[in-house]
Design a protein around this ligand. Structure first.
Ligand code: A3P
Length: 321
């Protein structure tokens, strides 16, 4: 019910109005409701700028996700795939061997928080550009949809997303409980949530027409068969793997380069922090990488609560988990 209360003149909800239990569970970051979604407070100006100043191009590729749904993996796979002619995935000096995947592509929220110089750098990037965002589909500029930019979305089974989020946030907030993390997500008030509206926005865009410019991927499918999904991704972005490339093992090299074991073994991913917003160590981006880990952490009541929310919010939509 708290989601339906009055907004201020800018469509924001004041942080001080939030119930304290929610604040405790909210990852220690102040969230504001903006156009129906809970954004970290500092991202609200970025969301406004993205809507008004981002100039999408028809050949842009936007990676989108909720945090903890496999973003880092998808960013790495998309970068390795799209840059494979400049950087063969088997090369000893491949950028992914000395940079964290998030350093290889622009993060839209970061660009539009970073001032004019960052925006100019994005403008100066040659096409096709590859960028990522956590923004909901509804908050992307209409010009992005109109010009036909491609969007690749990854979603994940929500209970696993919650467990992953809890582990991740505990690296900087050890007192955070799984119950509070779950409560925030189930209440809709987690980063860029409600998670059901986030996933549904991209799901509907992906199923709206046979030639939709949104590719909807699932973390579990990627785990089950990474090569087939990378092939789909390459095809979708207009850079299909040729039979000769497959024969030469380029597709397999991309998958190997971006595997969890490989990425987490690299010095660059063992040190440093992810970013200024949340000072989590980079190594926390690479944890277990399996489907179904929730059974090891959630009580039956917790699992039922999440399943009930999913059934309630998504049961009639055709999107299931
Ligand atoms: P777990 O915490 O369940 O292990 P994000 O990048 O959106 O923050 O998602 C993080 C999740 O993706 C973590 O899940 C992490 O272990 C997993 N992950 C990161 N890199 C991966 C990779 N190369 N292959 C498979 N899973 C990966």
């Amino acid at each position: 019910p708290f989601l339906d209360t009055e907004k201020d003149a800018h469509g924001h909800r004041q942080v001080s109005e939030l119930p304290s239990k929610l604040l405790a569970g909210i990852q220690q970051i102040s969230l504001r409701r903006y156009q129906g979604f809970w954004l970290p407070e500092s991202w609200v100006p970025a969301a406004v700028s993205i809507q008004h100043r981002f100039k999408p191009r028809p050949d842009d590729v936007i990676i989108s996700s909720l945090p903890k749904c496999g973003t880092t993996w998808l960013v790495a796979l998309a970068f390795a795939t799209m840059a494979r002619h400049a950087y063969p995935p088997s090369a000893a000096d491949h950028p992914l061997l000395c940079l964290n995947p998030h350093q290889c592509i622009a993060f839209l929220e970061g660009v539009f928080l970073g001032g004019p110089a960052r925006e100019e750098r994005l403008e100066a990037l040659p096409s096709p550009r590859l960028v990522n965002t956590h923004m909901p589909h509804a908050l992307l500029p209409q010009s992005l949809v109109d010009c036909g930019s491609r969007v690749v979305y990854i979603c994940r089974e929500p209970k696993d997303m919650v467990v992953s989020m809890w582990h991740y946030l505990r690296t900087v907030h050890p007192e955070l409980s799984l119950q509070d993390t779950l409560d925030s997500v189930c209440d809709g008030a987690s980063r860029c949530g409600p998670f059901w509206d986030h996933a549904l926005g991209y799901w509907r865009a992906s199923t709206a027409s046979p030639d939709s410019r949104v590719l909807f991927l699932r973390y579990e499918e990627l785990l089950r068969d990474p090569a087939s999904n990378v092939k789909r991704l390459a095809q979708f972005v207009g850079q299909p793997f040729s039979p000769a490339e497959e024969e030469a093992g380029v597709l397999a090299d991309v998958v190997r380069l971006c595997s969890l074991d490989n990425l987490r073994s690299l010095d660059v991913n063992k040190t440093g922090i992810v970013g200024p917003l949340l000072k989590t160590p980079r190594k926390a981006l690479f944890r277990k990488g399996v489907a179904g880990d929730w059974v090891n952490h959630m009580t039956p009541e917790m699992a039922r609560r999440m399943d009930d929310v999913v059934a309630d919010k998504l049961g009639h939509t055709g999107l299931d988990f």
